[in-house]
Ligand binder design. Structure first.
Ligand code: CO
Ligand code: CO
Ligand code: CO
Length: 316
């Protein structure tokens, strides 16, 4: 993509951040993001809610408030199953309403393979934008959702996911990052990204590179969805996890005692994953308390250091 230079662009494409941010005036900036994908679960209503929670997440990761959204629909309408499409749209609409935002319309195209998502617009004060380029040495890394949705979705397609794993994964994916975002804003956090297709390590790397810092991640502190290590040990790893590992091979190093299955989970592409927050050390404990009080499963999973900018070291 050609780089644009415009004095009102606060966040453009240079730092691979979650969304673009454009200053409207002194008090308000627009946050713009779009996300859509193929069904990750069979239940159409759940698919709609997960796709919407995922699309809204980029607004929350930037510290913003979602305002309006547009549906993006690819669907085989000629096959005539409009009830399924209705369920997808209802699931999405309910999730957007839960976020306090409004769907204004959308666009659909005829497509053999269904896809659904949203373009979302949010707002934030220009001086309160939370980016992936603001992590500083000494910050504490906090993750707000357990990992493993890609592995569990892969297992589920082969009918190998235990019901508890699947149900917890679905509940986690359909949960908005709204409460987590509110808590980090209250704590005055400046650096965050959400965990989606590039996995924990892919998005952590983007934060390290954009911020010019390195990250140390404590593998055993990472919250995991139930049963995910067993499924990874059975080889139920989505192709995207291997692609993420290949892309990051010279950027991430693992201590020898970090189990291979745990490494796989850290590369696992997430759908509607949690926020990865870099919080100033003196505010981390109260932020974690605040997250837990809000029912968010926040855990400290690492720290930011100055050595070797743009790299990640994973320790046990
Ligand atoms: Co994102
Ligand atoms: Co996105
Ligand atoms: Co149109």
């Amino acid at each position: 993509m050609p780089l644009v230079s415009n004095e009102n662009v606060i966040v453009g494409i240079e730092t691979s951040d979650d969304a673009g941010v454009y200053r409207l005036n002194e008090s308000t900036a627009l946050i713009q993001t779009v996300d859509f994908f193929t069904p990750i679960v069979d239940d159409p209503y759940l698919f709609g809610s997960i796709a919407a929670a995922n699309a809204l997440s980029d607004i929350y990761a930037m510290g913003g408030k979602p305002l309006v959204a547009m549906n993006i629909v690819c669907y085989p309408t000629k096959d005539g199953d409009l009830e399924t499409l209705r369920q997808i749209l209802h699931g999405g609409a309910a999730k957007v309403a839960e976020a306090g935002a409004v769907i204004l319309g959308g666009h659909s195209v005829e497509d053999r393979e269904p896809k659904y998502g949203l373009a979302v617009t949010g707002i934030v004060a220009p001086d309160q934008v939370i980016t992936n380029r603001a992590a500083r040495p000494g910050d504490v890394l906090i993750l707000t959702k357990p990992l493993g949705t890609g592995i569990i979705a892969t297992a589920s397609k082969a009918d190998l996911a235990p019901p508890e794993s699947f149900e917890t994964a679905v509940r986690t994916m359909a949960t908005l990052n709204a409460a987590a975002s509110l808590a980090m804003r209250r704590a005055g956090v400046q650096a965050c990204t959400d965990i989606t297709g590039f996995g924990l390590l892919g998005h952590a790397y983007e934060m390290a590179a954009a911020s010019g810092v390195s990250l140390v991640i404590f593998a055993s502190a990472i919250p995991l969805l139930p049963g995910v290590l067993d499924l990874a040990a059975q080889g139920l790893i989505p192709a995207g996890a291997h692609a993420n590992r290949n892309y990051l091979c010279d950027k991430v190093s693992f201590d020898q005692d970090v189990p291979l299955v745990l490494q796989d989970v850290m590369f696992d592409p997430q759908t509607s994953g949690g926020l990865l927050i870099a919080a100033p050390k003196d505010r981390a404990a109260s932020l974690l308390e605040d997250l837990h009080a809000a029912g968010v499963a926040g855990a400290q999973i690492g720290e930011v250091t100055a050595a070797d900018p743009g790299t990640i070291r994973v320790v046990r």
